[in-house]
Design a protein around this ligand. Structure first.
Ligand SMILES: Nc1ncnc2c1ncn2[C@@H]1O[C@H](COP(=O)(O)OP(=O)(O)OP(=O)(O)O)[C@@H](O)[C@H]1O
Ligand SMILES: [Mg+2]
Length: 340
């Protein structure tokens, strides 16, 4: 089982096909072509239409417990999508079977994984409207990265709130769909929009855990209490097992006082006690460049600090995984935070 192995860093970027040996056990079908080989004429460098894996209905002899992680913060531009893309790519390169669910009508997680929007027939919007196995089968796409699939977003997601307003069980749509995936993935990572509306509530209801992206910039704490209240409300009313399992500090710059203050303040907050990941994601221009190239940073520059930080974060997340498997009843918060 891929999830039972301690993670090691991939020697090379995932696009070069260098996932660790052992990653193949029970893994979904890998794409046959690398992004460069599938570059379209209209948009050189970008892959052509993503192909469909056969996921739903596959049987696995010993289904592992699937971690469903919603990456949240209603504050815009704080690094949620960047974290989803790079954690997904890092975990997949470490041999974990990963599905990214894009719940944001901006679709940045979809395009950021190199999946062009013009090749998409069905999106997470269709899945939310009709959370059934045959729809799910048509929504999930392979990416150019082994072990990494995506349920793409679409602009129609912006209409979900109004379209689902009168529907009974509208908060349960994603939970129903994700339930059909049990045993097929080690991780489902949900990218959420910058709001606390019905899409985010669906994400929190479907999730087994929440990770909060906290940008180390002024106003980082604005709205954090509202986010924590929303998480508690979803826990009380809909999803009693939901836990905040980590806070990822993003765009950290050790040279600035504000960055250091944000981390200190987060560490001192009672509600976030023990939740901060040891790894902070430093500000790194290569991350921005990679997102413009629609690639995970580790596929853009395997030696940059952005790659290093996200792989360190993936190792922490996998260590939580091992702890959860060893002691399922024990709470497995992120480790105490230290910074260099
Ligand atoms: N560590 C980093 N270093 C440099 N740039 C970064 C870093 N993390 C994210 N960025 C850049 O910051 C911008 C916002 O990041 P991102 O899109 O991940 O935020 P978001 O929270 O998903 O935004 P939204 O709420 O609009 O969905 C992007 O251009 C991204 O490339
Ligand atoms: Mg985003």
């Amino acid at each position: 089982m891929p999830s039972s192995k301690s993670p090691t860093r991939p020697a090379k970027s995932p696009a070069k096909g260098t996932v660790r040996a052992g990653a193949s056990a029970g893994k979904p079908k890998s794409p046959s072509k690398s992004p460069s080989k599938t570059a379209s004429k209209a948009n050189p460098g970008a892959p052509t239409k993503a192909s469909k894996p056969s996921v739903v209905g596959q049987t696995r002899p010993t289904p592992a417990k699937m971690r469903v992680v919603a990456i949240c913060n209603q504050k815009g531009g704080c690094g949620k999508t960047t974290t989803v893309i790079n954690v997904a790519a890092g975990l997949a390169a470490m041999g974990q079977r990963v599905l990214v669910v894009d719940l944001d009508s901006q679709c940045n997680a979809t395009t950021g994984l190199g999946v062009p929007l013009d090749g998409i027939d069905k999106s997470t919007f269709d899945l939310l409207m009709e959370p059934k196995a045959d729809v799910l089968e048509n929504v999930i796409l392979e990416t150019a990265y082994p072990n990494l699939h995506v349920a793409p977003g679409s602009i129609e997601l912006s209409e979900f709130e109004s379209r689902a307003a009168s529907e009974i069980g509208r908060e349960n749509k994603l939970k129903k769909a994700v339930g059909l995936l049990q045993g097929h993935y080690d991780f489902v990572l949900i990218d959420t929009p910058p709001s606390l509306g019905l899409l985010s509530v669906n994400a929190l209801n479907a999730a087994t855990e929440v990770e909060i992206a906290l940008q180390s910039q002024p106003f980082a704490f604005d709205g954090l209490n509202l986010l924590l209240e929303t998480i508690n409300l979803v826990k009380e009313e809909l999803n009693p097992n939901l836990e905040v399992t980590g806070v990822v500090v993003t765009m950290f710059d050790n040279r600035t006082k504000i960055s250091r203050e944000i981390v200190e303040r987060a560490q001192a907050m009672k509600e976030l006690e023990g939740k901060l990941f040891k790894t902070v994601i430093r500000q790194n221009i290569k991350i921005t460049e990679a997102s413009k190239m629609r690639k995970p940073v580790m596929d853009y520059d395997e030696l940059c600090t952005g790659t290093r930080d996200y792989l360190d974060l993936c190792e922490e997340i996998c260590a939580q995984h091992a702890a959860m498997k060893a002691a399922p009843a024990k709470k497995t918060n992120a480790r105490e935070t230290t910074h260099g």
